[in-house]
Design a protein around this ligand. Structure first.
Ligand SMILES: [Zn+2]
Length: 116
């Protein structure tokens, strides 16, 4: 397995999350709110946009955390091993989600019985 490829993908994604999407939506929201004051329906829509924006940021933070952990596992030499069962994670899955912690079998198990 060529971990340098995955390290590159992880660093690129981290850069996108830290540099790109973090700043732009805020500016976009402010532009959208200007000239819209006084209309109740539009104000409600604006609130929804803010709510969605916060949820997106929360997801970004979780992905960032997972990326940091994955980079740490590369340093430790344990990258690509499932956290739950210890089996190697399929390369196709790592290519799709380089920061994943578990193999597809354990991921499906998590969905079947959500942990508290
Ligand atoms: Zn597993």
């Amino acid at each position: 397995m060529d971990v340098e490829t995955y390290r590159g993908a992880l660093l690129q994604k981290r850069g996108e999350l830290l540099g790109g999407t973090a700043a732009r939506p805020l500016q976009w929201t402010m532009e959208n709110n200007s000239g819209r004051q006084g209309d109740m329906a539009d104000q409600a829509t604006g609130n929804n946009e803010v709510h969605i924006h916060l949820k997106l940021k929360e997801t970004d933070a979780k992905i960032l955390q997972a990326i940091e952990e994955a980079l740490h596992r590369i340093e430790q030499g344990t990258y690509g091993v499932c956290r739950d069962c210890g089996e190697p994670i399929a390369p196709a899955r790592l290519n799709a989600i380089p920061w994943t912690r578990v193999c597809i079998v354990c991921k499906e198990k998590q969905k079947a019985s959500p942990s508290p």
